[in-house]
Every structure is written in structure tokens, then in C-alpha cells.
Ligand binder design. Structure first.
Ligand SMILES: [Zn+2]
Ligand SMILES: [Zn+2]
Length: 398
């Protein structure tokens, strides 16, 4: 039902780094909120403190033991320490993941009641900790009828949202897309759509997309066409506006295998390119991204760096410096200037940019010579990170 790799991460052997081409290290600030599921052993606040240490601007945590039904109420001192750590670390986004035992669609009345109580506890803890979303899997029908299970899930969510509405809660429920293992619900976008429709529009009901889960559930995202098709399906049945958080995990198992095993970013069946597309997708830039990859102690930092590099390599482009000579210094100045261009740009693209920004720089391509890193270069030269470009006009006629 739940991802093994989410739990067993620390028991796995040390990971050998694979040589996959991630763009060069970056000195670029990332406005994109990104981070990982962080441990809370030793206190809830440690999820924030250790997250900050590895460069997280967003974290996920368990607010109680994921394998227990009941939890003692949080201590005042722990709540205060969590708020203080959030202020100190500046980590803007937090999200809780619910207990593995909860099944809000359970056929057995006693399990259903325990699940509703336990989930209410999850929301209570999130509320006092000012955590905006609690991610939950959609439960399992356990071969007792899918339609009935979906109806029970709808009833559970309605009940919990109504109760907490009357208390003025801000924390909401994010239904996670699942891998479709066993009798688990929520691996088809249609199922999630049915639940959202059944509950009706509610500002505290959203969705969490897990890349590993949707992939093994059969939604391909590996190339541009399949990526676009999967998001079109998501938008049709769920709606992009419902998406509140993304779990970024590569997959150990193949497309449609319905087996949930998380893999390091770029090293699994999904591969690097899909994550490059994901972290630079303009429609998703406001959605926080959380890693749930294995070997968390040693590899969360590495995987986070990989995502950041992909984010800066694509959306934010390539950093070059450009210096103009001759009479162009009148308008451009004589110093080299740092310019950020899109990756894949040639000298021709750069010329068009300069011509559009400086009225007196017309017809540059025909008039000037261009040097890249002190070598005269043709206009179809593709510019790389760190290149130094010189724009050299003909000697003025005197
Ligand atoms: Zn999950
Ligand atoms: Zn997940």
C-alpha cells in the first residue's frame, strides 16, 4: 500500500553515485520551493534544521509515528520549538504525510472509524504546527467493491472537512496519486476525480502528485509528448489548480508495473530528462517539490542538488558575459556584462537580443566579428555556461 522505500531507506547499503550528466553546479538562487522528506527522531523541529543543512526550502515530515494508530498530544514545548525552527531556517513550505495504517475507504466499520479518528489527529497536529497540507494515500478497497470504497472515502473526507471547518482549520487534505499496488485506490486520475467531485469543491482539499507512483501506475512522462499527454489527463480528471505538492521520485520498476519502489533522481526508469522537464515546467513553478528517494541520510542532499541543477539548467538558462568594443561602448558601456540566455542559444540568437535591446546596434551579424573565449567564432556557435563573448565592430573609417 505504501512505498517501501519511504520506510526502509536507512536500511539500504550506501549508494554508489552514478555518472549521469546533470548541468553544472549553480550559483543561482532558486525561488522554487524544493526539499525532501526529513526525519523527526529527536524532535519535530529537527526535520526543519536538518532540511536546512542540505539546502531544503520545503520539507515533508511525519508528525507522529507512521506505524501507530494513536499518538500522545504534541507537547507545547515541541510545538513552540517547531515554529521557532521554521522562523530560523526560513523554510517556507512544510507538508505532513499521514500514518501508513490509515485507510479512509476501509470496508470494516471498526477500521474505518479508527482511520477517521487517526486522520483527524493528523489534521489536528498539522493545524497547531501550521502545516498547510496533510498528504494521504486514498485507501484500499480490499476486494470489497471499488465503488463502495470510493463512496466511503468521500464520506470520510466530507465528515473530517466539515468537523474541522467548524473549528476554523487552515490545514487541508492532499490526496496522493498512488502506484496501484494491491487494491489501493487513487492510481487512476479518474478515481481521484470521482472523489473530488463527490466531496465537492473545498479550499482545503487538494492533490499531491508522486512521479514514481503515476509512472508505475501507467502514466508515462519520459518524453515531451507523453509528458504533455499525462498532464492533459491530470488536468481533465483532477485539474492543475488542485495540485498542491509534487513528490519527485524516480522509479525502480517499469511503466505500468504497479510496483512502488523509489529510485534516485535520474537513475531509474523515468530518467533525468523527465525531471528536467518537470522542474522547468512554467505551469508548475509555484508547486513545492519534495523528494522521497532512498538512502535519505546520504543521498537526499545529492538528489536535491540534481533537481536544483536541472532547474537552473533549463528554466533559468545559461550565464554568459558579453563585452562590446569600438563605438558600441557608447551605448553598451566598455565593461563586460553578465547576461542570462536560454540554453541552446547560438551567437545569432544573442545578436537578435542585442539588436532588440539597443537601437543603435543594427545589422550586427553583417557588420561585426564575434569572439567566444577569445577565438573568432561563427554565428551558429552554441553558447555555453561561462562563455565570454566579444562583439567587435569594423574599424571606423578614419
Ligand atoms: Zn505517500
Ligand atoms: Zn509520495
Amino acid at each position: 500500500m505504501k512505498s517501501e522505500s519511504e520506510n526502509a531507506a536507512s536500511e539500504e547499503p550506501a549508494h554508489e553515485l552514478q555518472s549521469i550528466d546533470f548541468p553544472s553546479p549553480d550559483s543561482i538562487e532558486h525561488s522554487r520551493l524544493m526539499g525532501a522528506h526529513m526525519p523527526t527522531a529527536g524532535g519535530l523541529k529537527l526535520s526543519l534544521i536538518s532540511g536546512k543543512k542540505i539546502g531544503c526550502t520545503a520539507i515533508q515530515l511525519f508528525t507522529g509515528s507512521p506505524r501507530q494508530w494513536s499518538h500522545p498530544p504534541l507537547k507545547e514545548s515541541d510545538i513552540r520549538a517547531f515554529h521557532e525552527a521554521r522562523a530560523e531556517t526560513g523554510i517556507e513550505f512544510t507538508v505532513a504525510h499521514d500514518s501508513y495504517l490509515i485507510n479512509l475507504a476501509a470496508p470494516a466499520a471498526d477500521v474505518l472509524e479508527r482511520s477517521r479518528d487517526a486522520f483527524r489527529g493528523e489534521l489536528d497536529r498539522a493545524e497547531v504546527l501550521a502545516i498547510p497540507w496533510v498528504v494521504t494515500h486514498m485507501g484500499a478497497h480490499l476486494d470489497q467493491g471499488e465503488d463502495e470504497a470510493i463512496q466511503r472515502l468521500i464520506d470520510s473526507l466530507k465528515l473530517i472537512l466539515e468537523e474541522t471547518d467548524t473549528l476554523g482549520y487552515s490545514s487541508g487534505v492532499a490526496l496522493e496519486t498512488t502506484a496501484g499496488q494491491g487494491t489501493g485506490l487513487g492510481w487512476r486520475f479518474e478515481q481521484i476525480g470521482r472523489v473530488l467531485d463527490g466531496v465537492g469543491p473545498h479550499p482545503r482539499l487538494g492533490v499531491c502528485l508522486d512521479t514514481c507512483h503515476i509512472f508505475v501506475a501507467g502514466y508515462d512522462i519520459r518524453d515531451e509528448a507523453s509528458y504533455a499527454a499525462t498532464w492533459a489527463e491530470f488536468d481533465k480528471h483532477i485539474g492543475i489548480d488542485k495540485l498542491k505538492v509534487i513528490h519527485a521520485n524516480d522509479a525502480k520498476k517499469t511503466l505500468g508495473s504497479r510496483v512502488d519502489r523509489h529510485e534516485h533522481i535520474g537513475e531509474g526508469e523515468i530518467g533525468r530528462d523527465a525531471f528536467a522537464r518537470l522542474v522547468t515546467d512554467p505551469k508548475l513553478l509555484h508547486i513545492p517539490i519534495i523528494l522521497e528517494t532512498p538512502d535519505s541520510e546520504t543521498m537526499h542532499e545529492v538528489n536535491l542538488q540534481r533537481l536544483k541543477r536541472l532547474a537552473s539548467g533549463g528554466a533559468m538558462g545559461v550565464q554568459i558575459s558579453v563585452q562590446c568594443f569600438g563605438h558600441y561602448t557608447d551605448v553598451y558601456g566598455s565593461d563586460a556584462r553578465e547576461i542570462r540566455i536560454q540554453s541552446g542559444w547560438t551567437l545569432t540568437d544573442l545578436v537578435k537580443k542585442l539588436e532588440s535591446e539597443y537601437a543603435s546596434m543594427s545589422d550586427l551579424a553583417a557588420r561585426c566579428r564575434f569572439a567566444v573565449n577569445e577565438e573568432y567564432s561563427k554565428l551558429d556557435t552554441i553558447l555555453q555556461e561561462g562563455d565570454v563573448v566579444a562583439v567587435i565592430p569594423p574599424m571606423s573609417g578614419g
